[in-house]
Design a protein around this ligand. Structure first.
Ligand code: BG6
Length: 558
């Protein structure tokens, strides 16, 4: 959610800037709702962006396409330098060519994260002209002296104002070393510029995983905070860059309708599902020491949880929002091992294609106990949520790619229907679809047309695709731009990261010493049956994966 200082009450325009359902995106028509025109975002502040891991996967798949998109939408800083750092042999030219080749491979490839029709070559050349490359060992001081010179050069020739973003697109074992070196080389100092007129800024973006457990996360925080101030650190969780995740706050706090219901009085339980169809995709080495719990839960899944469970902030500044999220984690008691279930995929078929078992993936031990699926029952022990279970699950190689937050409301009393044929009332579900088919749906019962009282379950649904044109966006654009303007709202603070690890640590400990509970599930399925027990003990059940489509004509579909 972006702040619009001083413009909160701007009048709505006469003509809507949204497309009513049924009209193709980009056309206008009479909409039944109104929205202010989209406010252009200001360009990022002049700076150099230094990418550690310049030839790595993350840089070419996500960081560079996002920078390209920012250039396309004209919100890259006017004065910019892009400096690549890596161990690989290369020059500025070969690096730019490598990145261009990757962009080209995305053209017309609807399956890629970065789906574009063509590359704007003039735009790309403008970016390539700003690129330079430093080759060397990122754990040794030498390249940092070179980097210091490059940054000075960028300041003089490209007018970056001495500002710099250090983007750590490298394996997590290097985070501490790189930050130490940045600090020791004086690169983190935010001193006034060469003319003494303007204070330069230095910011560091750190990818996940941030730590491997509570202890290592604390150690990493302590280590990087020796070289950097907390306000210089941007711990990224790319889920927070997704439009629909940011929309959760808008949906909750911009509507008077939902908030009065958003509590333990009206909500029975919440299910958060992050189901993936991909397997470990050649990342066996990483996955063998990580697993589904570490890879997805204290970061991505908890980010969704915090958005749903946080108290309304007093305003939308970074401190206000991050305090509210931190309070959610603080109110969560550490998990007991019995509140968790884990599974590993076996051979099967995913979306019609054969899939090998996890244990047969490259770089995976033939007897690996590592989980590729995890389900948890977590509690939030505060006035709003005490007694409301939050069930979370995430898994690889499941039947459908689906990220959703499903809120189940408490049932209505049945007695008014005692003299009718109705023998049960269906629950109301509010479902926030994060990806794909982004939208929101509300399920409720109505009277089926006819002479006797019979009920049917129907839904009202909002789909982003019906209302807004789709724009090329891989999710990192917002986050990168936020770093360029110094907005930390969507990034995690040290205390948030540690509080999240604290919640899952007992489960990590229990699984470390005991392989007994590992269940197996067929690739292409809904996950292991053992995870059902987490809900079954209170008479609840997981929502289906894959989700049946909403069916018209009043059929009960769930
Ligand atoms: C990454 C995990 O952080 O998130 C991957 O390491 C996972 O294992 C990915 O597949 C999911 O992100 P998205 O945006 O594809 O849903």
């Amino acid at each position: 959610m972006r702040r619009r200082n001083g413009q909160r009450n701007s009048p709505l325009p006469e003509a809507p800037s949204v497309n009513p359902p049924g009209n193709p995106p980009g056309t206008t028509g009479t909409a039944i709702v109104n929205a202010p025109p989209r406010e252009p975002r200001p360009a990022g502040e002049d700076c150099a962006i230094v990418i550690f891991g310049a030839f790595g996967d993350l840089t070419k798949r996500l960081v560079m396409p996002a920078l390209y998109n920012l250039a396309r939408t004209k919100i890259l800083p006017e004065n910019l330098a892009i400096i690549g750092v890596d161990q690989a042999e290369g020059t500025a030219q070969s690096w730019a060519e490598h990145l261009h080749a990757m962009l080209e491979s995305f053209v017309g490839n609807a399956a890629s994260e970065f789906d574009i029709d063509s590359i704007d070559e003039d735009l790309w050349r403008g970016m390539a002209d700003k690129m330079s490359y430093i080759r060397g060992d990122i754990t040794k001081p030498d390249i940092y002296h070179e980097l210091s010179k490059s940054l000075e050069e960028a300041e003089q020739k490209l007018h970056t104002g001495g500002n710099a973003i250090f983007y750590l697109a490298v394996a997590d074992r290097f985070f501490g070393d790189v930050v130490d070196q940045i600090g020791q080389a004086g690169l983190a100092d935010q001193k006034p510029d060469a003319h003494g007129t303007r204070q330069r800024w230095r910011r560091v973006v750190i990818e996940k995983p941030f730590g491997h457990d509570l202890e290592s996360a604390k150690a990493l925080n302590a280590r990087i905070l020796r070289s950097l101030g907390e306000d210089q650190i941007f711990r990224i969780d790319h889920f927070l860059g997704k439009e629909t995740v940011q929309n959760i706050m808008a949906f909750r706090f911009a509507n008077g309708l939902f908030e009065p219901l958003w509590n333990r009085d009206r909500i029975d339980h919440v299910q958060i599902t992050v189901a993936e169809t991909v397997g470990v995709e050649g990342r066996g080495k990483f996955y063998e020491v990580t697993g589904a719990l570490r890879d997805m839960v204290p970061n991505h899944v908890f980010s969704l949880l915090a958005m749903v469970a946080m108290e309304p902030p007093a305003n939308f500044d970074a401190a206000g929002i991050r305090n509210r999220k931190a309070e959610v984690f603080t109110a969560m008691p550490p998990l007991k091992a019995k509140a968790a279930a884990r599974g590993q995929y076996q051979a099967g078929e995913v979306l019609g294609k054969p899939a090998v078992a996890y244990r047969n993936e490259p770089n995976v031990d033939a007897h690996s106990p590592m989980e590729t699926y995890v389900a948890l029952h977590v509690e939030i022990d505060n006035w709003r949520w005490a007694g409301v279970p939050f069930y979370l699950r995430t898994g690889k190689h499941m039947a459908e790619r689906l990220t959703e937050i499903a809120i189940r409301f408490k049932p209505a009393p049945l007695s008014p229907f005692a003299t009718t044929a109705v023998d049960a009332l269906r629950p109301n579900w509010l479902v926030i679809r994060i990806q794909p088919d982004e939208g929101i749906a509300l399920q409720f019962d109505i009277k089926r047309p006819g002479p006797s009282v019979q009920l049917a379950t129907v839904h009202m649904s909002f789909s982003y695709a019906d209302w807004f044109a789709r724009e090329p966006n891989i999710g990192y654009e917002t986050l990168l731009h936020d770093v360029m303007v110094g907005d930390a709202t969507l990034f995690n603070r040290a205390d948030m990261v540690e509080a999240a690890w604290r919640v899952v640590q007992p489960v990590l400990d229990a699984w470390q010493t005991n392989d007994d509970g590992l269940a197996f599930y067929k690739a292409g399925g809904a996950g292991p049956q053992e995870a059902d027990a987490l809900l079954a003990e209170s008479g609840r059940a997981w929502r289906a994966v894959p989700q049946p489509p909403f069916e018209p004509n009043g059929k009960h579909h769930r």
